[in-house]
Design a protein around this ligand. Structure first.
Ligand code: CMC
Length: 430
């Protein structure tokens, strides 16, 4: 919907009309798609500081107020009343499911939870100490060599089957990644268990003895999955969209998203937070860590702090922080890291540097503490994030591909290299 028109003129007086497109919530965006045609220039915005890359109906964030909505529903309400499978359905289909729809969705995910045996054999090519995210990126990418019955991306039913398959198979692959690293046999999915209990069973059970999933652990994992399920156009989601915009195989597009998530500025922060807290070690070392984080030359940042969009407390961090004590207590774990993290937060939030820059704890600051209480090792934590975010990635991919006006993503550049010059033979070079 275009209401107001902004006008831009160049020094010679030529003008361009930039219609303001207003969404249902949040600031409008200037439609600059004809700018190059009208004025012969491009816009320059590295890191997308002020650029909306697409129109979307999935997730809304108000970073100033600390608001996060999935399909209009506040994440706090979903965290309290819903579960990850229902949230995945909501993201994918746009509405909360009826009982029947939810059961149908669950059944479909159950049916797709196994992976082709040949995929499991790929793991033997990895060293035991390969990083879990390296293995996950590779095996998810390798799914593009399978399942050819459902990769006509222009067929809505194929897209739906793909969506169910990838959501269903991620826990199986993530657990296989873990088992390969520990040298234990792979555990097959159990369709009598719910999504999170099945995942915990595949992670922690061994053929030698019975294993019973702790429902408290499954519930805590489910909550973390809800909170990580989507976050609009973050780096990994934008990567999935950009990769997918070439009409590539969708598993390959998801693998690209996983590779992007791995970085410590994005999903890798949960691993980095625990490593940082381990290095700080004690409350008495917090001041030193804060001083280092403020020193640009140190190369050190307070991991789990700051966010491109949130200039307020990340609502997901608020929920996880409030749940942390409860989960540790119910699981009978006492983790001094939680006290250390809370003290670090308290000190940072009173510091002028963090106040002025509006740096608050983000989702990754406390999530690792819960994951560790569930027995999940630090190097597996970004894999946990990837399982949950798959629901968001596939929803964004689906939204983009089903748009009849979809175009391949092709950013432009400001070229500052050499101007045209002639090739010199090797004996004529200085
Ligand atoms: N510790 C110390 N200083 C910080 C931090 C931090 N964690 N985060 C930002 N700053 C400073 C930064 O140095 C910059 O200062 P100045 O304006 O003087 O140059 C200012 O705050 C703005 O930072 P920025 O890097 O320009 O902001 P950004 O929007 O490009 O980056 C961020 C956002 C999340 C990458 C960044 O805050 C960061 O590196 N945080 C630590 C890593 C982290 O926790 N990442 C997880 C993000 S949430 C989950 C997810 O997205 O996956």
């Amino acid at each position: 919907m275009a209401n107001k028109i902004y006008k831009l003129s160049d020094p010679s007086g030529k003008t361009a009309d930039l219609p303001l497109r207003e969404g249902s919530l949040g600031p409008g965006t200037l439609d600059i798609s004809t700018l190059n045609k009208d004025l012969g220039v491009f816009t320059f915005d590295p890191g997308f500081m002020a650029t909306a890359s697409c129109e979307s109906r999935i997730t809304y964030i108000d970073g100033e107020k600390g608001v996060l909505l999935y399909r209009g529903y506040p994440v706090e309400q979903l965290a309290e009343h819903s579960n990850f499978i229902e949230v995945s359905y909501l993201l994918l289909y746009g509405e909360l499911p009826t009982k029947q729809q939810l059961e149908g969705f669950r059944n479909s995910l159950r049916r797709h939870s196994m992976v082709n045996e040949a995929v499991l054999r790929f793991f033997s090519g990895f060293h035991y100490d390969a990083h879990p995210m390296a293995m996950l990126t590779a095996v998810v990418g390798s799914l593009s060599a399978f399942y050819h019955d459902s990769t006509d991306i222009h067929n809505p039913r194929h897209r739906e089957v793909f969506a169910h398959r990838i959501i269903a198979k991620m826990p199986t692959l993530a657990a296989a990644v873990y088992k390969h690293g520990t040298g234990q046999p792979f555990v097959y999915p159990r369709n009598d268990l719910d999504y999170c209990s099945n995942f915990l069973n595949m992670l922690f059970s061994v053929p030698a003895e019975p294993y019973k999933v702790d429902p408290v652990a499954a519930k805590a994992l489910d909550l973390l999955f809800i909170l990580h399920a989507d976050h609009e156009q973050n780096a990994s989601t934008s990567t999935v969209r950009l990769a997918g915009s070439s009409n590539t195989n969708p598993y390959a597009a998801i693998a690209a998203g996983i590779a992007t998530l791995w970085g410590p500025a994005h999903g890798g922060a949960n691993e980095a937070v625990l490593n940082m807290l381990r290095d700080i070690g004690d409350v008495k070392n917090i001041d030193k860590a804060i001083t280092r984080a403020k020193d640009k030359n140190s190369g050190f940042r307070l991991m789990g702090f700051g966010h491109r969009v949130y200039k307020n407390y990340d609502p997901r961090a608020k929920i996880i922080r409030a749940t942390c004590h409860q989960v540790l207590e119910k699981l009978g774990r006492d983790d001094p890291t939680l006290e250390l993290a809370m003290r670090l937060e308290e000190i940072a939030l009173k510091d002028d540097y963090f106040i002025e820059k509006k740096l608050y704890p983000n989702v990754d600051f406390y999530s690792g503490i819960i994951y560790r209480a569930l027995g999940i090792p630090v190097h597996m934590m970004t894999v946990m994030f990837a399982i949950a975010r798959t629901a968001g990635w596939v929803t964004h991919w689906q939204e983009m591909i089903s748009d009849p006006h979809m175009k391949i993503g092709r950013p432009r550049q400001l070229y500052t290299g050499e101007v045209k010059r002639d090739y010199a033979e090797i004996n004529q070079r200085k």
